[in-house]
Structure formats: structure tokens, C-alpha cells
Design a binder for this molecule. Structure first.
Ligand code: 3HC
Length: 320
């Protein structure tokens, strides 16, 4: 097998690359990689970053309306964490040659995607609990797997992000526990949030494996270590008992424990809704992008000032 010889014909290098993947070696920025692998990694990492940043909007909506100073402080910390996750992930994508400007332009033009879940509104305080419990819970399911993804910078970024996500999930579940143990109105608010966020949370794992154009190749390149359906099933199995502990009802009449499979069987996801939201026709898609564009434009002066400072510092160092 030809070694990783940069002058070898392209088709000789792919088997060497695949053999590295099969040996569970981490692919690093300066390593040779198939152009399709590089593009797939930029696609997935940048869209992951977009999801973190856009995800700040629905939760940020409730910072000024949190029911106590403690809840406000916790929510502020969580939203700030999400911003950091986004910056971390944009930096990981930049190690593959993507530029921040291009990634932001692709998000704002609608060319790039971000997680469908963030196109749903946060109507009550209980939604903040449901997002922490279900959305961060689903994200952790996916991101723990990504700690073993084949691209080094992405895997290492996930280790740090997962540590913070577990705090996010716990604070959300604590909100739901407080509400479900509260007044009838509070319990009804928690049930309403579960009703509205259950199915969109299952959609976070992506289309069924049979309808996923990327999963097969992503599994071969060990970008994914488990498929969309496998992770979704694990999420359902883990989350249903948590809902039962809260005394809440999962809004799925077909949900039941299957003794033979030793998993929960659950109902069919509304894939029309999923693809409508992914295509930009969800409840809040336009609002989310408009808000991002406005914030980006408002922040232009900060970027200009930072670049001017950097240029002046560089020329001063040169002159010294
Ligand atoms: N929302 C929007 N688009 C979605 C989607 C979703 N829930 N699920 C899938 N898609 C898109 C894919 O991006 C792909 O489109 P593209 O080829 O144009 O990018 C298409 O639908 C087909 O889906 P595939 O399953 O074939 O695509 P992938 O192999 O990329 O799998 C994924 C989709 C599982 C989301 C994968 O990209 C992934 O694991 N991404 C990293 C994790 C991530 O982005 N999570 C989003 C949530 S982050 C978050 O919640 C932050 C937390 O702090 C709250």
C-alpha cells in the first residue's frame, strides 16, 4: 500500500486515507484528505456552528423575562456558552480552509443550514426548560458520538462542548421538574412545552437513514459513529423515563416499550413538516435570519476596530 505520498496519483491516496480512518487515526488539518471529505467536514462543522449561534435567539428571548434572578443568571450563562460553542466550531471549520466571512454569508443567504429546532418559537418559560431538557439532551446524544469523529479538531472541540452541554441539559430538566411539581397551571405549562417540542426534538437527528444522502459515506469516513436513526432511538429510550418521572405525557399515542426489541417503539415523524422547516418555511426561519443579519451589521464597527488594531499592532512590531 503506497504510503501517504503527496505526489502519488489521487486515486492511490484514497485507499491510504481510508486505511487511516479504519485504524481510527485522527485526520489533522495538514494531512492529505479527499476533497469530498474536506467539503463534508466544512458543511457539517459550519452548520453545527450556525445552529449554536442561531440557537441563542429563542433562549435569549427569555433572559429579560426569567422568573427569578437565579434563573436569569443560569440562562445568561447557557446562552453565553452557546456563543462560545459557535466560535469554537467556526474555528474548527477554518482549519479546513473555510473563511468566517463565507460561512456567515452562506448562513445569511440561506445556502447553509442550521438545526430545524431553532425555527420554533419559545412561547412560555416552560419552553426554556423543554429546550434545555430535550434539545440540549438530543444535542448531547449526537455530540458525545462526535467526540470520536475522525477529524481531530472537531473531535477535540466536542469534548469541551459536551462538558458544558450537560449543565445545559440539567438546568432545563430542573426547570421542568419545578414546574411539574408546581401549581396546576405550571404543570399544564410544562406539558404544553413537551407537546410542542417533542417531535421537533426527534427531527434534530435528521432524516431516516434510508432518506439520508450523507449518512452512508459519513459512517465510512467515521465522521458519524452512529446513524441518525440509532441516535434518535437512544434519545427516545433515555428521555421517555425522564418524562414519566416528571409526571408528563409524551405526545405520541404509538409510544410503547417493545420487550423483544428492548427499545421504545414510537410513532411516525411528520417528515413533510421536517423538510418544510429545513427548506426555510418553519414558524421562525425568516425572523431568525433577519435578526442575525441585523446583529451582524450592528457589529460591523467592532470587527473593523479589531482588524484596525491588529493591523496597527503588526506594523508597530514590524517597525520595532
Ligand atoms: N435541521 C436542519 N437540517 C438538517 C437537519 C435538521 N435537524 N437534519 C438534517 N439536516 C440536513 C442536513 O444538513 C443535510 O443537508 P446538507 O447536505 O445540505 O447539509 C440533509 O438535511 C440530509 O441530512 P443527512 O442526515 O444526510 O445529513 P448529515 O449526515 O449531515 O446529518 C446531522 C445531519 C445529524 C445534523 C449532522 O449534520 C450532525 O451531526 N451535525 C452536527 C451536530 C449538529 O449540527 N447539531 C445541531 C444542533 S446543535 C445544538 O443543538 C446546540 C445545542 O447547544 C443546543
Amino acid at each position: 500500500m503506497p504510503q501517504d505520498n503527496p505526489t502519488a496519483p489521487m486515486d492511490d491516496r484514497e485507499p491510504v486515507f481510508q486505511a487511516r480512518i479504519d485504524r481510527d487515526e485522527k485526520i489533522e488539518p495538514k494531512d492529505w484528505m479527499p476533497e469530498k471529505y474536506r467539503r463534508t467536514m466544512i458543511r457539517q462543522i459550519s452548520q453545527h456552528a450556525h445552529s449554536e449561534v442561531i440557537g441563542m435567539q429563542p433562549e435569549g428571548n427569555w433572559i429579560t423575562r426569567a422568573p427569578s434572578l437565579r434563573r436569569k443568571a443560569v440562562l445568561l450563562a447557557k446562552v453565553q456558552d452557546e456563543a462560545g460553542h459557535g466560535l469554537y466550531l467556526y474555528s474548527a471549520a477554518e482549519t479546513l480552509g473555510a473563511t468566517r466571512e463565507d460561512m456567515i454569508a452562506d448562513l445569511q443567504s440561506g445556502k447553509a443550514k442550521y438545526s430545524s429546532i431553532f425555527n420554533y418559537p419559545t412561547l412560555t418559560w416552560a419552553d426554556i426548560g423543554a429546550i434545555g431538557w430535550l434539545v440540549d439532551g438530543a444535542a448531547i446524544m449526537n455530540q458525545v458520538m462526535l467526540c470520536r469523529t475522525s477529524y481531530g479538531p472537531y473531535a477535540r472541540g466536542m469534548v469541551r462542548i459536551c462538558k458544558e452541554e450537560s449543565f445545559h441539559q440539567r438546568q432545563g430538566y430542573e426547570i421542568m421538574l419545578t414546574l411539574s411539581r408546581g401549581s396546576d397551571q405550571q404543570k399544564a405549562m410544562a406539558q404544553d412545552a413537551l407537546n410542542r417540542y417533542w417531535w421537533p426534538s426527534l427531527m434534530m437527528f435528521g432524516p431516516r437513514d434510508d432518506d439520508s444522502p450523507n449518512t452512508q459515506q459519513s459512517m465510512k469516513w467515521r465522521i458519524k459513529r452512529q446513524t441518525n436513526d440509532e441516535l434518535r432511538q437512544r434519545f427516545v429510550d433515555q428521555t421517555v423515563p425522564q418524562a414519566e418521572y416528571l409526571g408528563l405525557t409524551v405526545p405520541d399515542p404509538d409510544l410503547h416499550w417493545n420487550k423483544e426489541r428492548e427499545h421504545y417503539d414510537f410513532g411516525e415523524i411528520d417528515w413533510d413538516e421536517f423538510w418544510q422547516v429545513v427548506k426555510g418555511n418553519g414558524p421562525c426561519n425568516r425572523q431568525r435570519i433577519a435578526h442575525h443579519v441585523a446583529a451582524h451589521e450592528e457589529g460591523e464597527w467592532v470587527r473593523e476596530a479589531a482588524l484596525a488594531y491588529q493591523a496597527r499592532k503588526a506594523s508597530a512590531e514590524e517597525a520595532a
